[in-house]
Design a protein around this ligand. Structure first.
Ligand code: 4AD
Ligand code: MG
Length: 462
């Protein structure tokens, strides 16, 4: 059986076929009944036309039960469509009900539903135009990630999800335990982690970076792509508690190489979306963000602006009345600052480098000035930070100093420090937030709408 995508592509007029899918709409006219079937293989529906004048009783009964949302099988002949909007349609001979969707209880009717409402029925929303398109683009972007790195000789490494070390040192981790916390609390006892599953406190990983660095110091070019978890208490349109991240790491590479890789990578992904997801992007361009396609196309052909943090702060200070949070040298950039830099100052993506060490993670290479680190964030309009990365501190003594300065548990990082004791080498990497990329590529406003089942503060339904 062919899927609707192949049928619409091949346009084998004259062939007999059976098609299965879900009814998007049913329309009755005097002479004909039109069923629009969708099977998710592409954005488009396949129109199936039943001639009323010669409808068998069986078909008539079936069509009565086939409303929006029902699953059906239709058999007929593919013909050129006389109507605008589709090249071919099915001149239908028979309809079969596979599964009904009663009109009085099925929540997704023909009318447009708000994204907020659809979030409450996340198990049904993939059947809408918007979420079908998001799912297909998401699939293509995953494929493109692997394609990009595989073409360049990077090895995919599976880093662990459970960890005992805090990569970002921000303490925003979900704990993993098999201890009976209720019983411990009731007994008024202190928690004894030696009795816990791993014999010590353990967590869901916020990043695969530290682990992937170990493979970088052996295979030179590696990347990881997996789920990461952050217990950040921020209820925004750009934060999730569970999100996917792509983290390449490459050896004998400095910050400039890292910036070039990040820029190539983003452009490759946008180009892939433009080339492989044309119908879905067309929908997003029309219905979600006007001008999306030409924006993506111009970014694909642009050169990213580079700016140091210090210069960025100058730009922001010169416009400080614009901001709720007043910028100053040393402050962490807020979303409003990041957006101003990309939307107003640069009018496109930019890479900000050399941030103060105090606002960045412990593993970043310290600059000669002793104050800033070789960090880079890629900022894009609408989203702000989409990529965060750095050249890594590869000098053992400097890294150890940093760990001590920050009061981190030096013993816990013994294996990470070993990488600097044995055959250390300059290396760099970054993390691309997959859902931020998805927001960028689709124009969708809320990060909860670009992942199938969003996990956020007080939200773990489905
Ligand atoms: O800047 P971050 O925290 O960097 C790291 O985790 C590094 N270990 C990456 C590396 O160098 N290998 O996170 C990287 C990216 C951000 O730029 C953002 O796109 C995304 O991950 N991100 C989130 N996306 C959704 N929800 C959240 N709560 C996110 N936090 C970060
Ligand atoms: Mg960051």
């Amino acid at each position: 059986m062919k899927d609707i995508k192949s049928i619409l592509q091949e346009q084998a007029v004259g062939s007999t076929l059976t098609v299965k899918g879900w009814v998007r709409t049913k329309r009755d006219t005097k002479n004909a009944i039109f069923l629009e079937l969708n099977d998710g293989s592409c954005f488009g529906n396949l129109q199936c036309v039943f001639d009323v004048s010669n409808l068998s009783d069986q078909n008539k009964a079936a069509l009565e039960r086939l409303g929006t949302g029902a699953s059906a099988a239709v058999t007929g002949t593919l013909v050129a469509s006389p109507a605008a909007g589709q090249p071919v349609e099915v001149s239908a001979q028979s309809a079969e009900v596979i599964g009904e969707a009663p009109v009085d209880t099925y929540p997704l009717q023909k009318k447009a539903h708000s994204l907020e409402f659809l979030r409450e029925i996340a198990h049904l929303r993939p059947r809408t135009n918007t979420f079908g398109a998001v799912a297909r683009v998401r699939n293509q972007m995953s494929y493109a990630v692997h394609s990009f790195f595989q073409e360049r000789g990077f090895n995919y490494v599976h880093t662990p999800i459970i960890t005992a070390s805090d990569c970002e040192g921000a303490g925003e981790m979900f704990q993993v335990t098999t201890l009976d916390m209720d019983a411990i609390a009731k007994a008024g006892k202190a928690v004894d982690y030696s009795k816990d599953f791993f014999g010590k406190p353990s967590f869901l990983s916020v990043s695969g970076q530290l682990n992937v660095e170990t493979y970088c110091m052996a295979l030179s070019k590696v990347y990881t792509f997996g789920p990461t978890f952050r217990a950040e208490n921020s209820n925004t349109t750009r934060h999730l508690a569970e999100f996917w991240m792509i983290e390449p790491e490459f050896a004998f590479a400095e910050l400039e190489d890292n910036m070039a890789l990040a820029e190539d990578f983003l452009k490759y992904l946008l180009g892939w979306a433009l080339d492989k997801c044309a119908d879905d992007l067309d929908f997003f361009d029309k219905r979600i963000q006007k001008g999306l396609i030409s924006m993506l196309d111009s970014v694909r052909n642009s050169k990213f602006v580079h700016m140091t943090y210090t210069d960025a702060i100058k730009q922001l200070e010169a416009n400080k009345d614009t901001f709720e949070f007043k910028p100053y040298w040393g402050c962490d950039l807020q979303t409003e600052h990041e957006r101003f830099l990309s939307e107003t100052v640069v009018k496109g993506p930019l890479i900000v480098t050399d941030y103060p060490k105090e606002i960045k993670a412990f593993y970043m290479r310290l600059n000669e000035d002793g104050k800033t680190v070789r960090a880079m964030d890629v900022l894009v309009p609408r989203i702000g930070e989409i990529i965060g990365g750095s050249e890594r501190e590869y000098r053992h003594d400097v890294l150890l100093n940093r760990i001590r300065e920050l009061g981190l548990d030096e013993a816990a990082y013994w294996w990470y420090l070993d990488l600097r004791r044995f055959g250390t080498a300059p290396h760099s990497g970054f993390g691309l937030g997959f859902e931020r990329l998805m927001r960028y590529v689709t124009g969708m406003e809320n990060i909860r709408d670009v992942i199938p089942f969003p996990r956020a503060v007080k939200q773990a339904e489905f």
